[in-house]
Design a binder for this molecule. Structure first.
Ligand SMILES: [Zn+2]
Length: 295
């Protein structure tokens, strides 16, 4: 299970209603931060996300609006007595940008598909993957997916009727079958695999194939939606997606739900973005600071 809290949903500069980009993803009590824009620590405080539960920070790219909050958050952790370095994953150049921090364990991501096939980080039965996206020049940009592993669930009545007790449950999970009295019980007859959930975050990007592939069958796709189609030239110039682009990506990926994110300050009301996206992908929401979604 993942509990997602939108800490900041703005693009580039904050507005009274929107803080700079950051998403907290809570899994079994522990937290991953997807980007950490300026003001993130205060948003965490306001929205009940504990600093001490953060296990890693994932930075999509090295534009100021996505990482300035790291410094303040780390200083607060230091003042609260933290000495253990916190893992931070980001593009090449992250070591230089965060060089002054002794409280970070920095991992620079390489945009090679082969290297990114393996998880970059794992936490509480969830694996985190990075994938390259396209956000113009000025350095590498990544998106991230967090995938919960499938879990074995028992049909309790069937298992008990078959005579399974106590340690037999872990035994049969290891062996796939177990002799109980005169009968051999098969694991698949008394249990099933519950599919894990999948969250995909695009970071800042234009519509791109790597993202569509990574977001395949995602339960939730959080996608750059800086502009609407009336600002197409600006979107192209700044290498950002429109709401229509985000909707197309969600549809092509076969995602279950889309959340429009990284919303330009020109939209005091996200209704036009939502309306545009829903024409292509009806199950769409527009991010608001403080919004919570459980997968
Ligand atoms: Zn941005």
């Amino acid at each position: 299970m993942m509990d997602i809290t939108i800490l900041g949903s703005a693009a580039s500069s904050p507005t009274p209603a929107r803080s700079l980009p950051s998403i907290a993803c809570r899994m079994d009590g522990d937290v991953l931060l997807l980007d950490c824009g300026e003001g993130t620590q205060r948003q965490m405080m306001r929205m009940g996300v504990s600093y001490s539960k953060v296990q890693a920070i994932l930075i999509s790219h090295l534009h100021l609006d996505h990482y300035l909050g790291v410094f303040g958050l780390l200083e607060t952790l230091r003042l609260n007595g933290r000495t253990a370095p916190l893992p931070l994953f980001g593009p090449a150049g992250s070591s230089r940008v965060f060089a002054r921090s002794k409280l970070l364990d920095i991992h620079e991501l390489e945009p090679s598909a082969a290297k990114l096939k393996k998880p970059i980080f794992s936490l509480n039965e969830h694996d985190v993957y990075a994938f390259p996206v396209e956000h113009g020049t000025g350095g590498d940009s990544f998106g991230f997916s967090i995938i919960e592993r499938d879990r074995r669930r028992f049909h309790e009545q069937k298992a008990h009727a078959a005579g399974l007790r106590g340690p037999m449950f872990s035994e049969i999970q290891k062996t796939g079958k177990l002799k109980v009295g005169a009968k051999t019980i098969k694991l698949d007859d008394i249990s099933y695999l519950q599919a894990g959930k999948k969250l995909v975050y695009s970071g800042d990007t234009i519509h791109c194939k790597t993202l569509v592939k990574a977001a395949s069958a995602a339960d939730l796709l959080i996608h750059d939606s800086t502009f609407d189609e009336s600002q197409r030239e600006l979107a192209d110039e700044k290498s950002h997606a429109t709401a229509a682009d985000a909707a197309r990506a969600a549809k092509e990926a076969g995602a279950k739900q889309l959340l429009l994110f990284h919303i330009s300050g020109r939209y005091h009301d996200a209704a036009p973005l939502l309306e545009e996206a829903k024409k292509t992908f009806p199950n769409t929401l527009a991010a608001e600071d403080g919004m919570k979604i459980t997968l």
